[in-house]
Design a protein around this ligand. Structure first.
Ligand SMILES: C[S@@+](CC[C@H](N)C(=O)[O-])C[C@H]1O[C@@H](n2cnc3c(N)ncnc32)[C@H](O)[C@@H]1O
Length: 202
């Protein structure tokens, strides 16, 4: 989350969309910096919690929208920054790719997209194997509860039921193929990476 915020470079008045915002760990700090944030999530209860947190903290500038990202549409050229943190691995690969294409359309020229997420594949690279190995080791150390979690995660990951991460290189390719420039991919720690790009023009 901190890496996404660091890469975001918002200014007061920036128009921001947070995709899969959850309870607002990215939307709230961006709004605190003066951005006008549309916080999008599938789950109305997450959005209710976000609104409660914003109101408790006296933070204005957040509009919530309950919608599946697969069906989201926004006016062309209407957004300065699109962010997403730990949400897009839930989408099917074709929907990830289509979302990046749509995001380019929604951004104004010079606008940016920044996504942070778990980014790894199924073990074909040394990086994948090291990520999968260290995640498994952490869970194994937790005893029976961890073993059960590991088993569930292996099923979810292997059969791509709820968690469908792709590699950082795949995200980079989606960004470049959609037409983003200045595409930068940065490993953060363990499985987490950030990929950012800019819409050409100014
Ligand atoms: C792990 S949480 C991350 C929340 C937040 N971005 C954060 O960093 O704390 C993933 C969020 O993505 C949302 N989500 C998952 N699939 C979605 C979809 N297809 N459309 C919209 N939101 C989705 C979930 O409801 C959940 O709030």
């Amino acid at each position: 989350m901190a890496a996404v915020l660091d890469a975001s470079d918002v200014r007061p008045g920036s128009v921001v969309v947070d995709l899969g915002c959850g309870t607002g760990s990215v939307s709230l700090p961006l709004a605190q910096r003066g951005a006008q944030v549309t916080a999008v999530d599938l789950s109305p209860s997450m959005l209710d919690l976000l609104s409660a947190k914003a109101s408790d903290a006296g933070i204005d500038g957040i509009t919530t929208l309950a919608a599946p990202l697969e069906e989201l549409d926004l006016p062309e050229g209407s957004v300065d920054l699109i962010v997403s943190n730990y949400a897009l691995h839930h989408l099917h690969d074709r929907d990830k790719e289509a979302l990046v294409v749509s995001a380019l359309r929604w951004l104004r020229p010079g606008g940016r997209m920044v996504i942070g997420d778990m980014m790894f594949g199924r073990g074909t690279s040394a990086r994948d194997r090291s990520i999968i190995g260290s995640k498994a080791a952490v869970m194994l150390k937790r005893g029976p509860a961890g073993w059960w979690r590991l088993l569930k995660n292996v099923g979810r990951f292997w059969f791509r039921m709820e968690e469908r991460p792709v590699t950082m290189e795949t995200w980079e390719r989606y960004f470049r193929q959609a037409g983003f420039t200045e595409v930068v991919a940065t490993p953060v720690r363990l499985e987490a990476s950030v990929v950012a790009g800019t819409k050409p023009g100014s």
